[in-house]
Design a binder for this molecule. Structure first.
Ligand code: NAP
Ligand code: MG
Length: 512
């Protein structure tokens, strides 16, 4: 067990000195060999230093992959139901620590407590689901075309898997990757986003406390170019699972292809919500607020385009703007806040740049658009929830992923045009439609070209046991969640057992 050799995960700070967090490599909590560290600060109040993390480099990655490679030789032979028992234990521990970990997450990335509790819960749900897989991992048995011959296909683990994750779901997304990989018998090295190392650290810590053997899970914190790139390029890594932006995803995909690594890419979105004339407007407004401004719009599935049929366009817009103006922007640790800060200064500047782009291109700014800087806002990266109307589908704010609290409302002549506008985009992650017409709902389910479609709900709200992922520039065809994750972290081996005691030739011998 890793705990036999445990060094200290964190050097506790004092009033004047912050906590120092370590990498976890080969069952030990260690400093980076680079001797460098970086700060993790609260985006709602940058005076709040959460901790100091290891700024790792290639030699740390090499040590972690070597440890994972050694551990794989044993871990793959442990029966899957036994591997799963560790994950069940981790699920219970995570549930017990939910409130503490949610507070850590709100502090490090800003989203409100209600949502960070949901993020931890998603990891708990994933742990229970994937632990259950320990007693399934089903494969087909099938008749052979020859007599006295048995045929089946079994799932085999891949080996060392690398995970590179974003900051917006800093525990849920790592759990979607680590937990299915582990139950399938793989060993892992994870590099979390530099903005949110603590939540992934907490997830790894739970796995360690639940008894994961030495070397099976390793965490290497640091920056993408310094710690992510060598991990991705490492020849012993057999699979790379990446969630992040489309531009970095393109590099990851092409690099992984050079050494024939399995590669799963979950990338950006520009998710449409359609509101038809017959919709329940109050419900649609409620959904739009949650979809567009939840997580400060920093979800890959955020509702970023609302396409409204002309008959209800004005009424919907008026109600949406009225409600958006009343949203309380503030520190996510304050239970009365509805919307937290942007993750960092760069993201806030990019959000404000999109506001200017929308205005320059002739969209109508209905509300918001400004940075909030006075009083308590002074130390954080806050901005007002922002709504543009009269948006043309060709404008940048209608086409590019903003990843902030900015939503574009587009008018459409009818249902068919709404679906065309919804699909006329580079991405294809999530989509939604509000209507009471069951026929149109079914046409939308068929024709919205996206990985996820919601009927009478906003574009967010995925559950862990269904496939998660998108089409077009949102990914490369893999799915996380549910059985799709098991498919990614295993490869098939077909097994033929001939008990006829003679040579039987497939396709050539054709018994009567
Ligand atoms: P990002 O900038 O692409 O970063 C994602 C991860 O890649 C981070 O850990 C980053 O490390 C690392 N990285 C950056 N450059 C790298 C390189 N050259 N080699 C290896 N790793 C590298 O994305 P983000 O800003 O964290 O997240 C926001 C994006 O994620 C949005 O586009 C959003 O749509 C997408 N997202 C997609 C999904 C989905 O499932 N489809 C879910 C959530 C988010 P550092 O941060 O330390 O540089
Ligand atoms: Mg931070």
């Amino acid at each position: 067990m890793a705990s036999d050799t445990l060094t200290s995960p964190v050097i506790a700070g004092t009033a004047t000195r912050p906590n120092i967090y370590h990498n976890f490599i080969d069952g030990q909590w260690v400093e980076s060999t680079t001797g460098q560290t970086f700060e993790n600060r609260n985006p709602a109040d940058t005076r709040d230093l959460i901790g100091i993390f290891q700024r790792s480099g290639k030699s740390d990655v090499d040590a972690a992959v070597a440890a994972a490679r050694r551990a794989f030789l044993k871990w793959r032979l442990i029966p899957a139901p036994r591997r799963a028992e560790i994950i069940f234990r981790a699920a219970d521990m995570l549930a017990e620590r939910k409130e503490d970990y949610a507070r850590d997450m709100t502090r490090e990335m800003g989203k409100i407590l209600k949502e960070t509790r949901g993020d931890v819960q998603e990891a708990v749900d994933t742990a229970f689901y994937m632990a259950g897989e320990g007693r399934r991992l089903f494969g087909p048995t099938t008749p052979s075309e020859l007599p006295n011959k048995f045929a089946m296909a079994v799932r085999q683990p891949l080996g060392v898997c690398a995970m590179i994750t974003p900051w917006n779901f800093p525990m849920a997304i790592p759990s979607w990757k680590l937990l299915p990989a582990l139950v399938c018998g793989n060993t892992c090295v994870i590099k979390p986003a530099q903005d949110t190392p603590l939540s992934t650290f907490n997830l790894v810590r739970v796995l360690v406390d639940a008894g994961i053997p030495r070397g099976v899970v390793n965490i290497v914190t640091g920056f993408g170019a310094e710690a992510g790139a060598p991990l991705l390029e490492h020849p012993e890594v057999r699979a790379v699972s990446f969630t992040g932006s489309t531009s970095v995803g393109r590099t990851i995909g092409t690099t992984a292809a050079k050494s024939f690594k399995h590669c799963s890419l979950e990338l950006g979105g520009k998710n449409p919500m359609i509101v038809l004339d017959d919709a329940n407007l109050d419900l649609a407004v409620e959904g739009a607020l949650w979809g567009a401004f939840g997580t400060t719009g920093q979800r890959c599935t955020a509702t970023s385009r609302i396409i409204v049929e002309k008959g209800v366009y004005r009424a919907f817009l008026d109600r949406l703007v009225e409600r958006a103006r009343k949203l309380r922007v503030g520190n996510g640790l304050d239970e009365t806040s509805d919307v937290g800060p942007a993750i960092n200064e760069r993201q806030l500047e990019s959000d404000l740049e999109y506001v200017r782009a929308g205005q320059n291109e002739g969209a109508r700014l209905e509300c918001g658009g400004c940075r909030l800087e006075k009083g308590d806002y002074h130390w954080g990266w806050f901005m007002e929830p922002t709504i543009f109307s009269d948006v043309d589908r060709k404008m940048r704010i209608a086409r590019e992923e903003i990843f902030g609290p900015v939503v574009a409302v587009i008018r459409s002549e009818n249902f068919d045009e709404a679906v065309t506008i919804a699909n006329d985009i580079e991405y294809g992650l999530s989509s939604s439609i509000y209507t009471r017409d069951v026929n149109r709902a079914f046409v939308a389910m068929r024709d919205l070209y996206a990985g996820i479609t919601y009927i009478n709900a906003p574009t967010i709200g995925a559950e862990v046991h269904l496939p998660f992922g998108g089409v077009k520039a949102t990914g490369n065809g893999h799915r996380e969640g549910g059985i799709g994750a098991i498919d990614f972290y295993t490869e098939w081996k077909s097994v033929y057992v001939d008990y006829s005691d003679r040579l039987q030739r497939a396709q050539i011998d054709r018994p009567e």
